[in-house]
Design a protein around this ligand. Structure first.
Ligand SMILES: Nc1ncnc2c1ncn2[C@@H]1O[C@H](COP(=O)(O)OP(=O)(O)OP(=O)(O)O)[C@@H](O)[C@H]1O
Ligand SMILES: [Mg+2]
Length: 253
């Protein structure tokens, strides 16, 4: 097979040139990082699970008319996506206080918020992804007021869909992060949900026990991350048929 051109290698994924113009192949790695990559590990099987879970949510959103970059899954670790111009923002939606909002505002973790709260962070690792307001976003030209209105509407639709699906399998969607991209079609521009929707980018708590089923398991050393993600995939019925390969291949006599 001809070698593919690598477009970008991030902390959790690699982007390769796709088979047709305007497409990319997104490869999900097993690498886990937290605290702006200060904490790192390889979690066998994580990439396979995130590929499946992101496929599951993006397909559901596409079917509902919420546009995403997802075209199709190619194999265990790769999916075909539309190449987009990423808006340099992390769009966070919160339903329950946890993580940075609890720390900054002194709200106890687990406190339900009176309504979903949408926050924006400027995507810049060197700056530690600082929080920004709509004023900054418009003043610095990252997005227009119209774009922002559309982004908030998209984010809230994703929130309704994912939280509904999760609640159906006994999991609370505490918060999540998405990225939004622009697709140009002639003179027209469309905003679509990009990057990934997976337990790496969501906080998920078991609705009954409160057990964490997301990347906080890794951030806070609460147990085996792949087991937590496997539990989410199992409940959603999206486990790969032969399970997730972990560790080195073993010889069968
Ligand atoms: N459809 C898309 N088209 C182009 N770029 C995309 C698309 N979806 C996601 N990306 C970008 O691909 C990269 C995915 O890699 P990864 O998530 O590993 O990055 P990262 O280490 O988190 O770094 P970053 O801070 O850039 O997100 C991200 O930079 C993301 O913005
Ligand atoms: Mg990323």
């Amino acid at each position: 097979m001809a070698r593919r051109k690598k477009i970008y290698e991030g902390k959790a994924k690699i982007l390769y040139e796709g088979p047709e113009p305007g497409t990319l192949v997104q490869y999900f790695k097993d690498d886990a990082t937290a605290f702006n990559a200060e904490k790192k590990d390889v979690i066998e099987g994580k990439g396979v699970l995130n590929n499946r879970l992101s496929e599951f949510f993006m397909t559901g959103l596409n079917n509902l008319g919420v546009p995403t970059h997802f075209i199709k899954r190619l194999n265990m670790r790769e999916q075909l996506i539309r190449a987009v111009e990423i808006i340099p923002l992390e769009v966070v939606v919160r339903n329950i206080a946890a993580g940075s909002i609890s720390k900054r505002l002194g709200i106890e973790e687990g406190t339900p918020l009176p309504r979903p709260i949408v926050e924006f962070y400027y995507k810049d690792d060197a700056l530690g992804d600082p929080m920004v307001t709509e004023e900054h976003i418009i003043a610095f030209g990252w997005a227009s007021q119209q774009d922002l209105d559309d982004i908030v509407a998209l984010a809230l639709r994703v929130n309704d869909f994912v939280s509904g699906i999760m609640m159906g399998v006994g999991i609370k969607l505490v918060d999540f992060k998405i990225e939004i991209g622009r697709i140009w079609e002639g003179d027209y521009m469309r905003l679509v949900v990009a990057d990934e929707i997976s337990p790496d980018s969501c906080r998920l708590w078991d609705a009954h026990t409160g057990q964490k089923l997301d990347k906080d398991v890794f951030r806070r050393d609460l147990g085996n991350l792949a087991d937590a993600y496997t539990e989410v995939a199992r409940r959603l019925g999206v486990l790969p048929q032969n399970g997730v390969p972990r560790g080195k291949p073993t010889l069968i006599n």
